[in-house]
Design a protein around this ligand. Structure first.
Ligand SMILES: *Cc1c(COP(=O)(O)O)cnc(C)c1O
Length: 388
């Protein structure tokens, strides 16, 4: 007979038998190149703290000072009385940095994406998404009421065909840098396909913002695209900025419409003001310290060069995300565990996060790593490979 306890037990035993069971680590330290877990130190190659700002003294100090002034809780949603001066200052700075008229903060990237898509789209519209888009974009598109179509990863020709066949308002949505593959969307080609078919382009730049582009404004800056080509630009604060939350940047009307309609903006408590103040300190650091981006790019080159020599299964990525494609889920888990024994933290990414048969080790590099850290990573990977 069906019951909830039986259903849960079945899910758990299936996950275990398929090698897909997930468990959390509990850290006893701040994020950084070295983290402590269960009393042991590990070299950390799985964080999204790409610029090494999550525990930066200036960011921590901004957080502490704002907490002393504004307290911890924001007290309410933005539209009631939770919107404070640090939130406002951060929105203005993000708009300026991205070259857009306005920006709007959300409490998380997941909420930003679902809120944006639900507000922009209506029944009868079309939304086209790269099939490797982040779960929050896929969920937002599926639940938006619009006709939802996935196109093959990076396949602009396939997208063009679909756009031409669609009759209605059309929104194309992609990750700027794909979170599990590390490759970049063909943004210029996508923008021209959208322009030709009168479609809007939305870019989720969670992994490009802060890292890509001359000024760290992200993948769209690197591709030379502004608000005319990418009217909806979204990015998160929890990755290269090292804090938490997300924002969308765009026109005055886009932002005002989201304030009126986005349910994930309206019906939730605003981020703590201190998180906004810390994020502004991070933004200033990424603007002042271009060396972080350059150092990170050098580490990526060093890693790829070394991995190529070792014959490791690199993917087509120029970003801080450098996955090694193993295929089998159990193999990915075994490698991740062996590396853990050797003092390295690297996540095994398995279905349903990635398609079946494409399990991988997701290695991420950070400006907080030294070249020696990367060399140690390569050494341990080599040892692991020859042993397995
Ligand atoms: C992390 C991520 C999100 C979600 O952002 P959170 O602030 O962690 O909720 C959305 N999109 C992409 C591409 C991401 O990598």
């Amino acid at each position: 007979m069906a019951s909830f306890p039986r259903r849960l037990a079945a899910v758990l035993s299936r996950r275990r038998s398929e090698g897909l069971y997930r468990q959390r680590l509990t850290l006893d330290s701040a994020q950084g190149p070295v983290v402590r877990v269960d009393g042991r130190e590990y070299l950390n190659f799985c964080s999204n703290d790409y610029l090494g700002l999550a525990a930066h003294p200036r960011v921590v100090a901004a957080f502490q000072q704002a907490a002393a002034t504004y307290g911890v809780g924001s007290g309410a949603s933005h539209l009631v009385c939770g919107h404070s001066a640090p939130h406002h200052a951060l929105e203005e700075a993000l708009a300026e940095h991205t070259g857009r008229p306005r920006a709007l903060l959300f409490s998380s990237g997941y909420m930003a994406n679902t809120g944006i898509l639900a507000s922009l789209l209506q029944a009868g519209d079309y939304v086209f998404e790269d099939r490797l888009n982040h779960a929050s974009l896929l969920d937002g598109g599926l639940h938006s009421g619009a006709r939802f179509q996935r196109f093959p990863h990076g396949d602009v020709a396939a997208l063009r065909t679909r756009l031409a066949a669609a009759d209605g308002l059309k929104l194309v949505v992609v990750d700027g840098v794909f979170s599990m593959d590390g490759d970049t969307a063909p943004l210029r080609e996508l923008a021209s396909a959208c322009a030709a078919q009168d479609a809007w382009l939305m870019v989720d730049d969670a992994h490009g913002f802060g890292v890509m582009g001359e000024r760290g404004a992200g993948s769209t800056e690197a591709a030379g695209l502004g608000g005319a080509e990418v009217p909806v630009l979204m990015a998160t604060l929890g990755k290269s900025l090292g804090t938490a939350g997300a924002f969308v940047a765009g026109s005055e009307d886009l932002i005002e419409a989201l304030i009126q309609q986005a349910r994930t903006y309206i019906y939730t408590t605003a981020l703590p003001p201190a998180v906004a103040a810390a994020s502004l300190a991070s933004l200033r650091l990424l603007q002042e310290e271009a060396w972080r981006r350059e150092h990170l790019a050098n580490l990526v080159t060093r890693f790829r060069g070394g991995a190529q020599q070792l014959g490791l299964p690199l993917m087509n990525s120029a970003s801080a995300i450098q996955p090694l494609l193993l295929g089998d889920a159990a193999l990915a888990v075994r490698c991740s565990e062996q590396l853990r024994e050797r003092g390295l933290l690297i996540g095994a990414i398995r279905p349903p996060t990635v398609p079946a048969g494409t399990s991988r080790l997701r290695i991420t590099l950070s400006a907080a790593h030294s070249p020696e850290h990367v060399d140690r990573l390569l050494e341990q990977l080599a040892a692991c490979w020859s042993g397995s």
